[in-house]
Ligand binder design. Structure first.
Ligand code: GLA
Length: 512
């Protein structure tokens, strides 16, 4: 067979950029075409629910409104609202149900299969949503959370699969605080935790979120106090979970914080203990609550996070702990950690490695202001591409009410999100490294391969993804995922020019 090597050089926007370390020198180029007017169904293709639990799923679809929705083969107990596309009810019988979602508008109809698995496993694909921490930190309020839910709908993010609206730290009472909006009785007479005056009615808040077909997340610590010194769940775990269920939460981030004072030592058993306790309590609830372990990677949590009941586990410290060093943390806690510890071996349906939130758009600079992310545009493309290759939860933590077009484009490219949400659930890994140039890949359920060519160094560089490294053979059809454009057929290798700290993100399908 004639060996023909077709070289494809992808660099359009990137070549045009002036390569310079300072962000202001790099143009923020929107690579992705806007969604068209015809309906397109997006987001996960797989959904886990427990028997009897309240079911809530909003069909994510882009396209002109008004749009109407229908679902074929819905299992007994579920109904869909044709105007909103929100599916509600409860499934009593365990099993795997294949349903056909349909979304129609004046431009046509889109159809897509959704597999609903009614069993014990939640988070069968990585969670997608928004978290308050990196933009609102200790200023979060009920009003901010409502506005975030509103913005998830009005920005269109929900139409691409974003679902969870999660409050981070600082909603409980802060013992000893002189701020009247943080004071109060930490618990009621039955011992259940109270919210502080900034959250006057948690049930009304989750009702507001659920009315959109979205889900609500909350946060606490197994220690006596949270990381920001608000009331934690220590010795009140069951009462507090009952409260979260009464309030209607669907997601719990359980953050180690002051549990260091309680743990006897740093042994694996002590690291696991609070998570075993909380997941056991969660399992008994008449409501599905996804559990996110946050303990900064201690005790190689990836090896046991799933076993103790976690649906995801933070693999390192805070990605945005130092605003100025977010870029460094991205490369260290993202690329290096995942490659060196081979973390791809541990994530999968029901339990995902969590490298922390998407630090895009406007973030707190921890000096009382919200300012644009310090990541350069190319670093931002690398950030999202890497998270999708790693099968990481896609939780945006910038200001969702203040999304510029570039940030929205980064968050809502459906072909990029499809890599993250691939139902096979096999995280990607680094397959080649030459100095600062790296090739990462993730196998997809349909037999294709998502491939990221990353340039972690300075200057524009040519990166080769060789078939022998990727483990593929023969001619491959190449599609550029950020540009949503076919770029031809390649044989033997795929080659692209990649800007400083940038990425070219493609998907390969055998072409014969
Ligand atoms: C820790 C966590 C962060 C955030 C803060 C809140 O630092 O890792 O994600 O939840 O606590 O105080």
């Amino acid at each position: 067979m004639k060996k023909k090597v077709l070289l494809i050089v992808l660099s359009l926007s990137m070549i045009g950029m002036i390569d310079h370390a300072a962000m202001s020198w790099e143009t923020a180029v929107i690579l992705t075409p806007a969604p068209g007017p015809a309906p397109r169904i997006n987001g996960t293709r797989l959904f886990g629910v427990r028997p009897g639990s309240p079911f809530l799923f909003r069909i994510p679809a882009t396209g002109e409104r008004p749009m109407s929705f229908a679902v074929e083969n819905l299992p007994a107990g579920l109904t869909v609202d044709p105007l909103t596309g929100i599916i509600t009810g409860a499934i009593l019988e365990r099993g795997s149900y294949s349903v056909m979602l349909r979304a129609s508008n004046s431009k046509g109809t889109a159809a897509r299969e959704l597999r609903i698995v009614c069993g014990d496993t939640l988070a069968v694909t990585p969670h997608m949503g928004w978290n308050s921490w990196y933009v609102w930190e200790n200023h979060v309020t009920d009003e901010i959370m409502r506005a975030a839910a509103d913005a998830m709908i009005s920005s269109g993010m929900a139409d691409h699969g974003y679902t969870y609206v999660n409050i981070d730290d600082c909603w409980p009472v802060k013992p000893g605080s002189t701020d009247p909006t943080l004071r109060g009785e930490p618990r009621d007479k039955s011992g259940k935790v109270n919210s502080n005056p900034r959250f006057p009615d948690m049930k009304a808040l989750t009702d507001h979120i659920h009315a959109y077909g979205l889900k609500a997340g909350i946060y606490t610590s197994p220690g006596p106090t949270t990381c920001a010194d608000h009331t934690g769940a220590w010795k009140h775990e069951a009462a507090d979970v009952e409260r979260f269920v009464e309030w209607g939460f669907d997601f719990l981030k359980y953050d180690w914080c002051s549990y260091s004072q309680i743990a006897k030592d740093k042994s694996r058993e002590e690291c696991q203990k609070p998570y075993r306790v909380i997941s056991e309590i969660l399992r008994r609830q008449p409501r599905d609550i996804v559990l996110n372990l946050c303990q900064y990677g201690m005790g190689d949590v990836w090896e046991w996070g799933k076993e103790v009941g976690g649906n995801s586990w933070r693999t390192a410290g805070d990605l945005g702990g130092s605003f100025e060093k977010i870029g460094l943390a991205l490369f260290r806690d993202g690329f290096d950690l995942y490659a060196e510890k081979e973390l791809h071996r541990f994530g999968g349906p029901g339990g995902w490695n969590d490298p922390d939130y998407l630090l895009l758009g406007y973030l707190s600079n921890w000096k009382g202001q919200t300012v644009p992310t310090p990541l350069t545009p190319n670093e931002q493309y690398s950030h999202v591409s890497l998270w999708c290759l790693l099968a990481a939860p896609l939780i945006f933590s910038g200001d969702i009410t203040r999304l510029d077009d570039f940030t929205l484009n980064l968050l809502t490219n459906d072909e990029v999100i499809e890599v993250d949400q691939d139902p096979l659930g096999l995280p990607g890994r680094r397959l080649a490294k030459e100095g600062d140039l790296e090739v990462w890949a993730r196998p997809m359920e349909d037999g294709s391969l998502a491939v990221g060519l990353f340039n972690r160094g300075e200057g524009l560089k040519v990166i080769e993804a060789k078939w022998e490294d990727l483990g593929v053979r023969g001619p491959q059809k190449v599609r550029d995922l950020w540009r949503q454009r076919d770029v031809g057929v390649a044989e033997g290798k795929f080659e692209a020019c990649v800007a400083r700290h940038g990425v070219v993100f493609v998907r390969l399908w055998p072409s014969d």
